[in-house]
Design a protein around this ligand. Structure first.
Ligand code: DC
Length: 246
C-alpha cells in the first residue's frame, strides 16, 4: 500500500548525512539528530580509525594502500548503540543520551581508536583509493535501514542520493577549542596549541587528497558553528528536514 499524503515520511529508509572537518561538532549534531528521528548513527570516521588500529596491530604500514585495501575485504566492524535514560544523561549539556560502541571481531575498540596516534593514522589510511573503495560497501550496508551518517564524503561519494545533506563547518580556532575541551574532559592532557596544529594538519590532508577529498556537496546546506551553539545547529537542521516533509 502506498501512502501519498503530503505529510508522509519518505518511503525509502531515512538517511541524513553530515559532512565537515574535524571538530566542527558533527558527532554531537549527528547524535542529537539520531535521537530526535530515532535512527541509528553511522560514524564513518570510526571505521577509518578502526582500520588504522587493526593495520597497526597487524604490522601493516599506513602507507601501504594495497595491503590496507586487502584488509577491508574481510572487515568485521559493528556498532552498538547504548541508550542512557538517566536524568543526568538527558541534561541539556550537549552530551545527549545515546552512546555508541565500536566493535571489531567482537572486541570493543571504542577507546583504542580515539588516541592522537590513531587520529593521525586514520587520516593517513583514508588517503588511499583502495581503502576508500573497500570501505564503500561496508558503509552502505551499515546504512541500509536508514541512519544519520557523519564523515567527510557522505554527501559527495557514499550517499550522493541522500536528500538531507548538511555540511558543518567552523573556524579553525573554534574547532580546535572544541576538540581541546573534549580531550580535556577525558584523561588526556594536551595543550590547545598542539590540538590546533593537529586539526590543521588533518584538515590539510583531508582537503587535499586526490580520492574523495573533503568538499561540500553542491546540494548540501552549509552551517557554520563558529558562533552558533550546537543546540541551535541541531534545531535548524530539524527545522529544515521537517519543513521539507510538511
Ligand atoms: O571524523 P574523525 O575525526 O573520526 O575521522 C578520522 C579520519 O578519517 C579523518 O581525518 C579522515 C578520515 N575520514 C574520511 O576520510 N572519510 C570519512 N567519511 C570519515 C573519516
Amino acid at each position: 500500500m502506498t501512502d501519498d499524503t503530503p505529510t508522509s515520511k519518505p518511503s525509502s529508509p531515512r538517511l541524513i548525512v553530515i559532512d565537515g572537518p574535524a571538530g566542527a561538532g558533527k558527532s554531537t549534531v549527528a547524535r542529537r539528530l539520531a535521537e530526535h528521528f530515532e535512527l541509528p548513527l553511522l560514524d564513518t570516521g570510526a571505521i577509518y580509525r578502526t582500520l588504522a588500529l587493526v593495520a597497526r596491530r597487524r604490522g601493516i604500514p599506513w602507507t601501504d594502500g594495497a595491503a590496507l585495501g586487502r584488509l577491508t575485504v574481510d572487515f568485521p566492524i559493528s556498532f552498538k548503540t547504548l541508550r542512557d535514560d538517566s536524568a543526568a544523561a538527558s541534561s541539556d549539556d550537549g552530551s545527549g543520551t545515546v552512546r555508541q560502541q565500536v566493535h571489531f571481531a567482537g572486541e570493543d575498540v571504542s577507546v583504542a581508536i580515539r588516541t592522537p596516534a590513531i587520529s593521525e593514522g586514520s587520516s593517513r589510511v583514508s588517503l588511499h583509493p583502495e581503502v576508500r573503495e573497500g570501505l564503500l560497501g561496508i558503509q552502505r550496508a551499515l546504512a541500509a535501514g536508514g541512519c544519520v551518517a557523519e564523515g567527510r564524503d557522505m554527501g559527495t561519494v557514499v550517499f550522493p542520493e541522500a536528500r538531507d545533506k548538511f555540511f558543518l563547518t567552523a573556524s579553525l580556532e573554534a574547532r580546535a577549542q572544541r576538540r581541546h575541551a573534549e580531550l580535556a574532559s577525558g584523561d588526556a592532557e594536551v595543550e590547545l596549541e598542539e590540538v590546533l596544529r593537529d586539526v590543521e594538519r588533518r584538515d590539510q590532508r583531508d582537503q587535499s587528497r586526490a580520492a574523495a577529498p573533503l568538499v561540500q556537496a553542491a546540494d548540501a546546506v552549509v552551517l557554520d558553528s563558529s558562533h552558533l551553539d550546537i543546540a541551535e545547529v541541531v534545531r535548524r537542521i530539524i527545522e529544515i528536514i521537517e519543513t521539507r516533509e510538511a
